[in-house]
Design a protein around this ligand. Structure first.
Ligand SMILES: Nc1nc2c(ncn2[C@@H]2O[C@H](COP(=O)(O)OP(=O)(O)O)[C@@H](O)[C@H]2O)c(=O)[nH]1
Ligand SMILES: [Mg+2]
Length: 291
């Protein structure tokens, strides 16, 4: 199966992001903690130019804590600012403000040396679909999202959300497109839901997920579905179809329906905290560090 995706509107999104970049001090790049490498688009470096950057590994509540720590450590060694977050968690705002201040410490220090008064950091959030950009913005905006209205220099009706007296956030996220460097990247993006299910063969993606789970999280499937200890994903899918009563009209087993259930269970954390990518795998595959 080949997963390819570059919708035409991404060209427009890229242009819009380049414009928005001119307005901000900080680019907050969101990725999925379960899928740290596949969830990023390396073009962000070029798009962001010299802006301060912060990588946030979102949905850390769904990811394997050990693997998330490995990623943070890997980035730290490379001198890249990264933090694990859960954008849905109420405590997230405080953490975000701190990380943003840290990421902008060089700019703030320069201001201080020049005797300039404290600047309000302007930030934009960017990331591929489904990594949690809207959730993050909504959490930070809160219910009483105090939009500061159109200001000079703000194009296309963009508005700023005042997060606190030191930080403002552009209310529209920069949408990056997923980069499919190889088959595995495409599969991982499919598993976490960053590519549209319409273009996927759900059963095939789920069978790949099951193979991965059988190796790396061998209890996940048995614990959830009470199935036998069996190492053949296809046989397990048949078993799960039976257990869940997934039948087509004529009474035939509906494997696609069962596959959909499994994928949905994975995506919402019901199979446990699972990470698809470790820094070590990426290093082996690409012979370079975590990028
Ligand atoms: N468990 C969990 N789910 C999250 C988190 N952040 C976002 N989500 C969910 O992920 C899905 C996609 O989020 P959304 O903000 O629409 O992503 P966007 O496409 O990047 O704007 C939604 O169902 C969110 O509720 C998180 O930190 N943890
Ligand atoms: Mg969104």
């Amino acid at each position: 199966m080949q997963i390819q995706w570059y919708p035409g509107h991404m060209t427009k999104a890229r242009r819009a992001m380049k414009e928005d970049m001119k307005l901000v001090d900080l680019v907050v790049e969101l990725t999925d903690a379960r899928n740290v490498s596949a969830g990023r688009n390396p073009d962000i470096g070029e798009l962001a130019g010299g802006k301060a950057r912060l990588i946030l590994l979102n949905k850390a509540d769904l990811a394997d804590e050990c693997v998330t720590s490995e990623w943070i450590e890997c980035y730290r060694k490379e001198g890249i600012r990264a933090a694990a977050i859960n954008a849905k968690h109420p405590g997230f705002k405080k953490q975000f403000l701190q990380e943003a201040q840290n990421a902008c410490s060089a700019i703030l220090e320069k201001d201080r040396q020049r005797g300039l008064k404290k600047r309000v950091i302007r930030a934009m959030v960017a990331g591929i679909p489904n990594v949690g950009k809207s959730t993050l913005i909504n959490t930070l905006a809160g219910r009483a999202a105090a939009k500061t209205g159109n200001k000079p220099g703000v194009t296309r009706g963009n508005q700023w959300i005042r997060v606190d007296d030191r930080l403002e956030l552009l209310d529209t996220p920069g949408i990056l497109w997923p980069k499919f460097e190889d088959r595995l990247t495409g599969l991982h993006l499919a598993m976490t839901g960053s590519v549209s299910d319409d273009i996927l063969n759900i059963t095939e993606v789920t069978l790949e997920l099951m193979s991965f789970l059988l190796i790396h999280y061998p209890d996940a499937l048995t614990a959830r579905y009470g199935i036998s200890r069996e190492n053949d994903p296809e046989r397990l899918l048949i078993e799960i179809s039976g257990k869940r009563g997934c039948l087509k009209r004529g009474g035939e087993p509906d494997y696609e329906k069962a596959a959909g259930i499994i994928l949905d269970d994975f995506r919402s954390g019901r199979l446990g905290r699972i990470s698809l990518e470790r820094p070590m795998d990426i290093r082996e595959a690409q012979d370079e560090n975590c990028r």
